[in-house]
Design a protein around this ligand. Structure first.
Ligand SMILES: [Fe+2]
Ligand SMILES: [Fe+2]
Length: 165
């Protein structure tokens, strides 16, 4: 194995965390679907897919470094929300927490002089800047929309975000 046992364990925490994020966004997508906001639902389905991709990418790195991928038990995620604003707030919270966790891996890599993991996880540092910005953009828009009708109109903007990638 080319990384430390501690680093392998820490990266496995991250893999499981990314898959938990996937489930959080799936839950949001289903909730938006249930209240008829199908473009918001589509946005969160796509977001869930990205989280799955992050988990898989880190898992692949563990394999490449000769470490085992350890999938733990899955925690229940929030499935219902009082409002779109509450869902968007959780979106921001999840991304900020993920960013903190990624930064911890960077610090650990520096401490261990683990240049390979440092180089690898740098991708995720940049990625998180975009993720937090996207989450804040969604929250900002949802905060302005006060009625269901306004949320429905907002879906045009959300659609543009989906297309932008
Ligand atoms: Fe992620
Ligand atoms: Fe994310």
């Amino acid at each position: 194995m080319m990384i430390s046992k501690e680093m392998a364990a820490r990266l496995n925490v991250q893999v499981n965390h990314e898959f938990e994020n996937e489930r959080s966004y799936l839950a949001m997508a289903y909730w938006f679907e249930s209240i008829g906001l199908k473009v918001f639902a589509k946005f969160f389905f796509k977001q869930a897919g990205e989280e799955r991709g992050h988990g898989e990418k880190i898992a692949k790195y563990l394999i490449d470094q000769g470490a085992e991928v350890v999938l733990g038990s899955v925690a229940p995620v929030q499935v219902s929300f009082k409002s779109a604003k509450e869902a968007a707030e959780l979106f921001v919270k999840v991304e900020v927490k993920t960013t903190t966790m990624v930064h911890e891996i960077v610090e650990m890599a520096v401490r261990e002089k683990d240049y390979a993991t440092h180089d690898f996880i740098n991708w995720k540092v940049g990625e998180q800047v975009e993720e937090v910005a996207t989450a804040n953009e969604v929250l900002g828009m949802v905060k302005i929309a006060e009625t269901p009708g306004q949320l429905l109109m907002l879906e045009g903007r959300i659609w543009q975000m989906i297309e932008k990638g």
